[in-house]
Design a protein around this ligand. Structure first.
Ligand code: PAF
Length: 279
């Protein structure tokens, strides 16, 4: 597996790969886990796979969250190599945000609703860095986890609006055996918080059953909030039930699929999860 750290190196590597066919891309912030490996597996439909590792400062709300983000480059590289990735791109912050950098990319509506309200600037940071990575690498297709439901919608929207020539694929959430969605943040949970965190999937599973039994969105949101409140180590951030395309809030008894999005904090670790339900 080749490792590139500069834009010039990765561009030369991709130009060479193209002689052997299409390129699939998986962007990550490292601290890889089975969820990322599912993205790599999906991207392996292409003869060449590029994986990026870049902890993107512009999507973090504060320095302490950025600094405490796990960094495990050696293990990550071993995992990528084992998974058969063609090339890893691991740029420095200065490579991605050169001196004088002043351009941002923002899906102005989608970035500033739902989870975007509790994480101001987050989706702007994601859209900006993903645009840069798309422009640098020029992959044919890119693979993102469905767990980050709003992020996936932001990326689909920005690619549509900017006419970026890359196909976006969502990949289903990979879960621990107790149902906790895989996340690089899980390693920061204390043992007690780790035991408490499956309350997220428990609340989503209960919500799925409620909506399928004909309950309204409003009752279901109250039930999710009550389930999370029943776990003393969890602090509810947000719970939303939305149209999966427009992300407009759903109301009453939905007559088509809806997305349930939740966030909750355990200690100082904020976790998110989601489920799409067809009532
Ligand atoms: O989902 C992530 O890991 C990050 O938000 C991404 C897409 C790599 C952008 O930094």
């Amino acid at each position: 597996m080749q490792i590139c750290r500069t834009i010039a190196e990765i561009r030369a590597a991709v130009a060479h790969m193209r002689t052997a066919g299409t390129v699939g891309l998986v962007t990550t912030m490292g601290a890889l886990h089975a969820g990322h490996m599912a993205l790599i597996k999906a991207a392996s439909a292409h003869p060449n796979v590029v994986a990026t590792i870049f902890v993107n400062p512009s999507q973090f709300g504060n320095a302490s969250d950025l600094n405490s983000y796990p960094r495990t480059e050696d293990t990550d590289l071993a995992m990528l190599k084992q998974a058969g990735v063609t090339t890893a791109f691991i740029p420095s912050v200065g490579e991605i945000y050169p001196d004088g950098d002043e351009t941002i990319v923002e899906t102005t509506n989608l970035a500033n609703m739902l989870h975007g309200l509790t994480r101001p600037g987050h989706y702007r940071g994601v859209a900006t860095v993903v645009t840069k990575l798309f422009n640098i690498i020029g992959a044919d297709a890119a693979y993102f986890g469905e767990k980050d439901y709003q992020q996936l919608a932001v990326i689909r929207t920005m690619v549509r609006d900017l006419h970026t020539p890359v196909a976006i694929h969502g990949v289903p959430t990979v879960r621990e055996t107790d149902g906790l969605a895989m996340s690089s943040r899980n390693v920061r949970l204390t043992p007690a918080d780790r035991s408490a965190a499956p309350i997220l999937i428990a609340s989503l599973t209960a919500a799925d059953a409620l909506l399928k039994s004909g309950e309204t969105v409003e009752t279901t949101i109250d039930a999710i909030a009550a389930t999370i409140a029943s776990q003393p180590l969890a602090r509810l951030g947000a719970v939303d039930i939305v149209d999966p395309i427009t992300f407009a809030p759903a109301t009453g008894k939905p007559n088509g699929p809806v997305g349930i999005m939740i966030s909750a904090t355990f200690g100082d670790v904020m976790l998110i999860d989601q489920k799409e339900v067809t009532p």
